[in-house]
Design a protein around this ligand. Structure first.
Ligand code: SF4
Length: 64
Protein backbone atom coordinates (compact mmCIF):
# COMPACT_ATOMS: atom_id res chain seq x y z
CA UNK A 1 0.00 0.00 0.00
CA UNK A 2 1.04 3.57 -0.56
CA UNK A 3 0.00 6.73 1.25
CA UNK A 4 -0.44 9.84 -0.87
CA UNK A 5 -0.81 13.23 0.81
CA UNK A 6 -2.08 16.28 -1.07
CA UNK A 7 -0.53 19.20 0.75
CA UNK A 8 -2.76 21.52 -1.30
CA UNK A 9 -5.72 20.15 0.64
CA UNK A 10 -4.04 19.72 4.04
CA UNK A 11 -5.29 22.25 6.57
CA UNK A 12 -2.68 21.38 9.18
CA UNK A 13 -5.20 20.06 11.66
CA UNK A 14 -2.88 17.29 12.85
CA UNK A 15 -5.40 14.48 13.31
CA UNK A 16 -3.20 12.21 11.20
CA UNK A 17 -0.24 12.80 13.52
CA UNK A 18 -2.32 12.09 16.61
CA UNK A 19 -3.79 8.97 14.99
CA UNK A 20 -0.58 7.48 13.60
CA UNK A 21 2.53 9.34 14.79
CA UNK A 22 4.75 6.61 13.35
CA UNK A 23 3.48 7.50 9.87
CA UNK A 24 2.84 11.23 9.87
CA UNK A 25 4.43 14.45 11.06
CA UNK A 26 3.75 18.12 10.46
CA UNK A 27 6.23 20.54 8.91
CA UNK A 28 7.73 23.23 11.07
CA UNK A 29 6.17 26.56 10.24
CA UNK A 30 3.15 25.82 8.04
CA UNK A 31 2.10 22.61 9.84
CA UNK A 32 1.40 20.76 6.60
CA UNK A 33 1.50 16.99 6.65
CA UNK A 34 4.76 15.12 6.13
CA UNK A 35 4.43 11.41 5.40
CA UNK A 36 7.22 9.69 7.32
CA UNK A 37 6.62 6.24 5.87
CA UNK A 38 4.71 6.36 2.55
CA UNK A 39 4.78 2.58 2.02
CA UNK A 40 4.03 1.04 5.42
CA UNK A 41 3.62 -2.65 6.08
CA UNK A 42 0.12 -4.14 5.93
CA UNK A 43 -0.10 -4.41 9.72
CA UNK A 44 -0.47 -0.62 9.83
CA UNK A 45 -3.47 -0.61 7.49
CA UNK A 46 -6.02 0.03 10.30
CA UNK A 47 -4.09 3.08 11.50
CA UNK A 48 -3.71 4.38 7.96
CA UNK A 49 -7.41 3.90 7.26
CA UNK A 50 -8.35 5.74 10.42
CA UNK A 51 -6.07 8.65 9.55
CA UNK A 52 -7.53 8.84 6.02
CA UNK A 53 -11.08 8.82 7.41
CA UNK A 54 -10.39 11.45 10.07
CA UNK A 55 -8.53 13.95 7.91
CA UNK A 56 -10.76 17.05 7.75
CA UNK A 57 -9.15 18.25 4.52
CA UNK A 58 -9.59 14.88 2.76
CA UNK A 59 -5.91 15.27 1.95
CA UNK A 60 -4.88 11.64 2.49
CA UNK A 61 -5.37 8.78 0.06
CA UNK A 62 -4.45 5.13 0.24
CA UNK A 63 -3.39 3.32 -2.93
CA UNK A 64 -3.33 -0.49 -2.87
S1 SF4 B 1 -5.22 15.28 9.27
FE1 SF4 B 1 -5.30 15.91 7.12
S2 SF4 B 1 -5.46 18.13 7.20
FE2 SF4 B 1 -4.75 17.45 9.20
S3 SF4 B 1 -2.49 17.55 9.10
FE3 SF4 B 1 -3.12 15.48 8.54
S4 SF4 B 1 -3.26 15.54 6.30
FE4 SF4 B 1 -3.31 17.64 7.00
Amino acid sequence: MKIVADTGKCVGAGQCVRTAPELFDQAEGDGLVVVLNPEPEDALLPAVGEAVDLCPGRALSLLR
